[in-house]
Design a protein around this ligand. Structure first.
Ligand code: IPE
Ligand code: IPE
Ligand code: MG
Length: 227
């Protein structure tokens, strides 16, 4: 029996820089192409009927990239929020940003907060954008919240303290751009995710490529440790 459609798809959107390099363009051009693709891909994922989509846009480790590259990425995030929140509202998609906001420029944080507030009533699906996100930091922050509570917590209580609290674990985790690693993404949440790696660079990860990943997922046997 093929698996049902994943409820939650998470994507490590890697390969923008190499996409640009191949075309003798600056890395910033790759990030712009990546952002355009990110908008289309999220739409396709929700059109397919998936309820939760998490996109890894910036890791805590990415924050030590050169200032010029980071400034370019922040400019793209500003543009993304300004251009897309209306569409998300219309499509009834709730936006939720995970990651450490204290690491981001104040005006980007203001746009994030506005986007979350304006889309809060979305019922068709939830788009989680991981910006300034690190899986270890996510776990540590939940641990510290638990410790402040002064008593041991159950697994269920702990999960609710993670930045993804209330969201089911990803069924399918896709990484574009050839690397075979998690790079500090959703470390706790991906414990039983089906992993799908592709050499396709993120700006080239088309709707057809997503459908290929969904077809591969449908054929996986998910055992969760059982026989
Ligand atoms: C992914 O693309 C986007 C971010 C990490 C911000 P990269 O910028 O890592 O692209 P490559 O890996 O250099 O090709
Ligand atoms: C992972 O890509 C982070 C994002 C896609 C946001 P990286 O390009 O940062 O990963 P590494 O450095 O190759 O592990
Ligand atoms: Mg990369």
């Amino acid at each position: 029996m093929p698996n049902d459609l994943p409820r939650h798809i998470a994507v490590i959107m890697d390969g923008n820089g190499r996409w640009a390099k191949k075309r003798l363009l600056p890395r910033a051009a790759g990030h712009r192409a990546g952002m355009n693709r990110m908008i289309g891909l999220a739409e396709h994922i929700f059109d397919r009927g998936v309820k939760y989509c998490t996109l890894f846009a910036l890791s805590t480790e990415n924050l030590s990239r050169p200032k010029e590259e980071l400034d370019g990425l922040y400019a793209l995030f500003r543009e993304y929020f300004m251009r897309n929140v209306d569409t998300l509202c219309k499509k009834s998609i709730a936006l939720r940003v995970i990651g450490d906001r204290t690491l981001l420029p104040a005006d980007v944080v203001a746009l994030i907060e506005e986007g979350e507030r304006r889309t809060a009533d979305g019922t068709r699906g939830t788009l989680l954008l991981a910006i300034g996100y690190g899986g270890r930091q996510d776990i540590l922050s939940a641990v510290n919240t638990a410790v402040r509570g002064g008593k041991e917590v159950t697994q269920e209580e702990f999960v609710a303290l993670l930045s993804t609290g209330g969201v089911p674990d990803p069924d399918l985790l896709i990484r574009t751009g050839k690397e075979l690693r998690l790079s500090n993404f959703l470390l706790w949440q991906a414990a039983y995710s089906e992993l799908y790696f592709t050499d396709v660079l993120f700006p080239d990860f088309s709707d057809a490529e997503l459908d290929r990943a969904l077809a591969a997922y449908a054929d996986r046997e998910r055992r969760f440790g059982k026989v």
